[in-house]
Design a binder for this molecule. Sequence first.
Ligand SMILES: *Cc1c(COP(=O)(O)O)cnc(C)c1O
Length: 384
Amino acid sequence: MKNFYPEKYKSDSLLEIRHNYLPEQFKNSAEILDLISKVVEIGDFTLGQSVDEFEENFAKKIGVEHAVGVGSGTDAIFLTLKALVDQEYGEKFEVITTPFTFYATIGAVATANFVPVFSDISIDDFNIDPSGISSKITKNTKAILPVHWAGRICRMDEINSIAKSHDLFVVEDACHAILASYKTRMAGTFGSAGCFSFHPLKNLNVWGDGGIVVTDSLALANKLRLLRNHGLIDRDTCSFFGYNSRLDTIQAVVANYLLKNRIDEITNSRIKNSKLYDDGLKEINSLKIPQRHTQLKEVFHLYSFLAENRDSLLEFLVRNGVDAKIHYPIPMHLQPAARKYGYARGDFPVAEYVTQNIISLPVHEFVKEDQIYRVIELIRKFYS
Ligand SMILES: *Cc1c(COP(=O)(O)O)cnc(C)c1O
């Protein structure tokens, strides 16, 4: 099997209004490269000082006690589940989650040796519908894993109250939702732990892979610090055999720079661009734009909505130079990877409907206002 990324990067770069903005974002990176060269000079590549600094700054920004840097967003979820739940060999505990997510959410559950149990989403926000969760709980259920899809926080009051009455952990997949908030609280602070990704196309993006777990529990943070680094208390003492999933010092430098200098601006321009799309698209009857709520600060990792004739619209937009995309066309329970769990088409009608009708538009900080108006014009033309 061949690496499919290089050709995809090439074909995507030919479009005019692109989804991928990384060459623009890091065009002038002298400052970051300077900071990195200091790491290279002293060589503290694994869990160096910049990792500690970034963890402290990130925790402060989100409003939690502890943050533990790890190798990726996937590992953030994986390690958190491992840290929270003690498993005897062969025990098959269940984690309730959404069928409408990126593969990594389910990959983390499955590779951590849990059974993903899906519960359908709501048509209003594309997030797990709390009203369906209780009926999925069994004596083997250990956790609920809500995903704040596209940067919109799930209905956490309801999810937390279900979790509390059944004594379950809540692990938030906040990979889309850095700086998203509900009332006064930020994504990642509602459950036992919040998991973030710094993948190059996430809102806070490093030059490779990275992730972090936030929590108010010192015990959980300590367990994660051991798990990510071979179970080592110190160089010569291994308290249990763990994993190697550390946030690279070099990536921590990039993350820290963006956290200090860029993330607020990045977030605000995504919100501003989404407002322009909202205003331009809400009158079009063939579209269903999610309703916005003043208590929710959505951070628009994706700008997505439901569209009639979705596949033709997508093709029309791409033909006109707009890198519209489908995130994602097949729900998790219908992936070949999920066959062993025994789900069938029709099991999660809302998720299935959404995957067949959803489309996303470029919304990042490098999409210009006139480009947004052009996209809106194209969509109007398509439906007229
Ligand atoms: C990106 C993503 C992840 C995983 O992040 P990586 O850093 O790429 O491992 C997990 N969940 C969701 C919803 C994501 O979009």
